[in-house]
Design a protein around this ligand. Structure first.
Ligand code: GRG
Length: 296
């Protein structure tokens, strides 16, 4: 490939947006308000980091792009679901997401809950329909993503996060929570492309597994830093909300400098895992830097 991954991001983003648009029911179809809310939750300007990780890992392993569309779309649908629930009054009670009113503010709480409820099965329907994948890959993808979402994945991490409000966590406890709440789906984005690769050597799979875990945790620490230092207009959600909710976060427990240092350590370790892949991992290297250097 002659152009850099950065040059191709717009085309991958357009590709996943097209896949999401095609997977989502039309807003004109009954029940219209539910379908409209589902589309609002998904097609409202996310960075699409998880789908980009699917495509970048696929490039690293030479997986055909059309095979990557199903996990890219499914994972973004699940991510959108998690944001809708995360923003609800019963959870983080946020009014702003991606620079726009959160789904329960734009519609109402019941519609937000139902829209999220409907995004989850839609994601698995997309996965079940993956065409041309290696034998057994569809079921492995379903298992990977259900594990990433469940009580020992994202949902468990969210539960620990809510229970930890107003308490002090050790670095190991925080990183465990981050690895579930945020890391599990990011890790699954990387591993999903591995599952679509034919005859991937175990050592390569292990290296990408380690990469996915490291950048997943780094992503959440950077998210915490942005909550402290970012501007609401730029990050698209209310800055300072972690402090108002008395959240147990890396900056709250250890300060901004230690948070930056930990992000850098995780980045260095993640980049180390990619060494064995040479130039084919350039897109993953770019994304790893983006994750810890991003402004939103
Ligand atoms: C979805 C099965 C399932 C359960 C939901 C509510 C919940 C359980 C989990 C919350 C998980 C959560 C929202 C973690 C925070 C992750 C995070 C930092 C999200 C922000 O991701 P970005 O920055 O957002 O990629 P954009 O808007 O760019 O997509």
């Amino acid at each position: 490939m002659s152009d850099s991954f950065e040059d191709r991001i717009a085309s991958y983003t357009a590709r996943v947006d097209q896949g999401l648009d095609a997977a989502l029911p039309l807003a004109s179809r009954s029940p219209e308000r539910l379908h409209d809310a589902m589309r609002y939750a998904v097609l409202n300007g996310g960075k699409r980091v998880r789908p980009l990780l699917v495509y970048a890992t696929g490039e690293c392993l030479n997986v055909a792009t059309n095979l990557l569309d199903a996990p890219a779309v499914a994972i973004e649908l699940i991510h959108a679901f998690s944001l809708v629930h995360d923003d609800l009054p019963a959870m983080d009670n946020d009014d702003l997401r991606r620079g726009k009113p959160t789904v329960h503010k734009q519609y109402d709480e019941a519609t937000a809950i139902l829209a999220a409820d409907a995004l989850q099965p839609l994601a698995f329907s997309v996965l079940a329909n993956v065409q041309g994948a290696p034998p057994g890959a569809a079921i492995q993808l379903v298992r990977l993503i259900t594990d990433a979402c469940g009580s020992t994945g994202m949902t468990g991490g969210q539960s620990i996060d809510l229970a930890a409000e107003g308490t002090a966590l050790s670095a190991a406890e925080l990183e465990h929570m981050y690895s579930l709440k945020t890391g599990a789906l990011i890790h699954a984005s990387v591993v999903s492309a591995c599952l679509l690769s034919n005859d991937l050597p175990a050592a390569d799979a292990d290296a990408l597994d380690r990469f996915g875990r490291g950048i997943g945790t780094a992503f959440q620490i950077k998210d915490d830093i942005l909550d402290v230092e970012g501007d609401t207009q730029v990050i698209g959600k209310t800055a300072g909300s972690d402090a108002s909710l008395n959240k147990a976060t890396y900056p709250a427990m250890f300060g901004i400098e230690a948070s930056r240092k930990r992000c850098d350590e995780l980045l260095a370790d993640a980049l180390g895992s990619l060494e064995r892949f040479g130039d084919s991992a350039a897109p993953l290297r770019w994304l790893a830097h983006y994750i810890v250097e991003r402004a939103r």
